[in-house]
Every structure is written in structure tokens, then in C-alpha cells.
Design a protein. Sequence first.
Length: 346
Amino acid sequence: MENMFKRTLLGAAIATAAMASTGANAAIDLMDGKVQLYGQAAGFMMYDNPKADGKEDTITANIESRIGFRGTVDFDNFSPNLVWQIEGGDAANSGGSADGNGGFGGRDTFVGFDFNGVGSFKYGRQLVAAYNYVDWPHSNPGLGNVFDWNNDISGGYEDRANNVLRYDSANFGGFNVQATVSNMASTTKAIAYSVASSYSADAFSVHAGYYAKSDYKDDTGAQVYGSDYTIFGGSLFLGNVTLTAAGKYMTADTVSGEDSQWAYSTTAQYVHNGKWVYKVGYAGTADADYADGASGDNTSDMALTARLGYLLPSAYLYTDIRHYDMNGDDEAGDTTRLLMGVEYYF
């Protein structure tokens, strides 16, 4: 599970599936295996057909290529081991990117220590604990627009962030725990904390997580409001069929009280002959509930997606169709997208 939390979880999962079917290596060993060079060459072409009058169809190319180094230092007369990673952000990212503007070290970049049988403690740029399960498996394919970063209650939730202190437990018979604290660069009063856990067996995996950003008063005495969410879900493994489902309850504090909104996600995947991947996904949000009594009508959202994929050695070819119906009867954000892409991992 360690590597699953060190880079984008979708990429790690697809790479694992590809390697399992082909026997390909996942990374390039350097210095007799003490350092690994890894990355991906990935991207997709997308045709976007918005529904609203006056909006133009577009064709874009989104490049998600990135590269990184990681390693573990096992000292002769010292325990624990030193663990470290330096990972570049997506190569095409520019101003405004959440992943370090594409710069080297712009994604998961940290140092820390791994205690045998206990777990690892790392500090740097990382995911907050509960977001592991929001991202994977419940935001793929193309469900993140609704299930991940979308909400109608002004909830500000971290995903990958700087200044994160993180603990990942060892695996105890299929059970593991993650915990993070973050958001303290300007003041420790703004602390955000997150805990998550999963239990995995042969036929299923269940998980839950919680994230909370604190309310506090800034140096001028002004109130800064926090937000939180709880996620719970799981996966069911039925041979070549995998089913997933999750719910996420989000809240945001306001001067009037607590606003809230539900989000949910479900997917079904079938892998044929170890090569062909058929996957469908559905995600939605309920109408928001506002503490000041304002109407939450037309704040519900829906994503319906389908994917055809094909596994090659360390690579994945796919085509998606993704339909989004955002904000109820309002058509301004509604669109249908056709994607064709490739992901190659090393």
C-alpha cells in the first residue's frame, strides 16, 4: 500500500493491473536499487460539447506526463529507514495548477522515516489522509467533477497540499490507518486534521475517512470558518468484476450555522481476458442544505461515464464518454465529453 499513497492512485492502480498481466517492471532501479526513477507518459484528446446556447464545442489535448525519484536508505547501525521522494507535477500544468505548476517537486515530495512493523512518518507535499479514498477508487473514470472537488456550500477541502505531516501505519492483517495534520503555514490555529482507515480481504475492501479544517479568528479578530467531510465506502471483488460505492457528507461553517451537502459515487468494472477493461461510473450530489434558510434547489449534480480500455505492457489505452448535468435545471455547466487517451508507466 505504500506506493499507492506516493503518486496518483489511479496511475498506480492501472500500472499494477498492466504489470500483473504482462510481467513488466514498474520503475527503473538506480544505484543497485537504492534509488528508483519512475513516472508516466500520459495524456488524452478531448472533444467537449456543451449544452448551453452560445457555448462553443472545443477540442483539447491534456498532457499528464510526470517523472519522479524515490528511495529508501537502510542504515547499518541505525533504525528506522530514511524514506524520500521528489516528484514533478504534470508537465503541461501552468499558472493556477494545484500540482505545483508542473515544476519538479510540484507533486508528492517529502522526506521521512519508516519504522519496521509500525509505519512511516513523512513531512512535505502529500495527500491528506481521507483524500486517498475520495480519489481512488471513487472518482474514476471522470467522476471527480461531481464527487471530488465539487460542492455548493463553499467547503474548502485540501487534497494534495504543502506542509503536510503524515503517518501511514504498517499493514496489520489487512487493516491500516493513515493520519495527517496540515494547513498551518500561516497559523497553527488554522490546523486541518484528517484520519482514514481501510480493511482489505480477498473478496472486498472497506474504508472510511474524516477531514476537518478548524474555525479560528485571525490576527484582526475576524472569524475564519472551517469545513469538514466524512467519506465511507468500499470495493467488492468478484473475479473479473469489481464494484465500488461511496458516500461523502460535506459541511461548511457559516455565520448562520452549518451548511451541508451529500455526494455519492458508484462504479462497475469488468476485465475480459486480462486485456479489455469495461467500466461505467455514476456520481451525484444532493441539493445543498443552507443554514440561513436559502433554497438549495438546482444545486444537485450528476456525472455518468463509460470507459473502454485495453491493457498493454505497462500501458493503458482508453476511450471515455462522460456526461455532466450540473446544478439541476441550469444548463450552463452541462456538457458531454469524448476522450481518447494513453497512459504509459515506468
